[in-house]
Design a protein around this ligand. Structure first.
Ligand SMILES: [Zn+2]
Length: 282
């Protein structure tokens, strides 16, 4: 039965729950947008009768404990997305360990339970900071979705490969990429999902589904926010890339509707990991 389940097309849709206001100077002078956008995603998921994973930043859990409880109460999984949303290349091992502990404490305090997953901010887990897996395992984390298996990005780890791998007792599910001859691109979530031609995205989903592989998708509160005033995103130096952070937000729901029609089943990452481990000897 397990292997049959794995043959269903699977869309590992997820939300990276972060508040851009926590990351920019005087950010909290800007309008509060996270609850409104999160409720829109929850409504969408309810219509799909889908349960997914929310990777939550510690700051968000501290500021919105009721929201975290509500998400969990709706049947979704809560997982870690760091405490301060700093890319891992800005942290040493000790700082990483403390950031992770603070993230878990904030989630538990907000009412989350059964926390098993982790996603590095900006998919910044690379070969250089692979020591992170050991700290994840020590903190009770059993899976991670933190690697971008390509080299043409600010953060990436091409040698990791596109398949899940067990590292120091943690199962890493690398981000799905569109592998062309010259470049690799994510396509299942975030800015790429908004910016790439829809035809390319649909083809990439179909190919993955045919291969019996899941597509990982990640979305942020801001990806659907057509109301948010123009701000400069932290760590994004290029004006063009900052522009892309806003590009095509208004068509997100239309795009998502086209993709959900392809029939990929959504489920919490934890559930997928259990199925995966039962079907594969790792
Ligand atoms: Zn993030």
């Amino acid at each position: 039965m397990m292997s049959k389940d794995l043959k269903q097309p699977i869309y590992l849709f997820s939300i990276d729950l972060e508040d851009i206001r926590d990351m920019v100077p005087n950010g909290h002078l800007l309008e509060e947008r996270v609850p409104t956008n999160t409720y829109k995603y929850l409504e969408f998921l309810k219509k799909q009768q889908a349960y997914i994973t929310f990777f939550v930043v510690g700051d968000v859990a501290r500021n919105y404990p009721e929201l975290i409880q509500h998400i969990q109460h709706e049947g979704h999984e809560i997982a870690c997305h760091s405490d301060k949303h700093l890319p891992l290349d800005q942290l040493n091992q000790d700082q990483f360990k403390r950031d992770l502990e603070a993230n878990i404490t904030a989630l538990v305090k907000a009412g989350a339970s059964n926390i098993r997953g982790y996603r590095a901010p900006m998919f910044s887990l690379t070969e250089k900071n692979a020591w992170a897996y050991q700290y994840l395992a020590e903190a009770g984390i059993t899976y991670s979705s933190s690697v971008l298996p390509a080299d043409n990005f600010q953060f990436g780890w091409a040698k990791f490969g596109e398949q899940p791998q067990m590292v120091a007792g943690v199962l890493e599910l690398p981000m799905s990429i569109l592998n062309t001859r010259y470049l690799q691109y994510p396509f299942g979530g975030g800015a790429y999902f908004r910016v790439l031609p829809m035809y390319l995205i649909q083809q990439a989903f179909k190919r993955k589904f045919r291969q019996g592989e899941p597509v990982l998708g990640y979305f942020h509160p801001y990806d659907i926010d057509t109301h948010q005033k123009g701000i400069r995103f932290p760590y994004i130096k290029s004006q063009f890339y900052n522009y892309l952070m806003y590009y095509n937000r208004k068509n997100m729901w239309k795009r998502l509707a086209k993709i959900t029609k392809l029939g990929g089943v959504m489920m919490p990452y934890q559930q997928y990991i259990e199925q995966y481990l039962a079907a594969n000897e790792l």
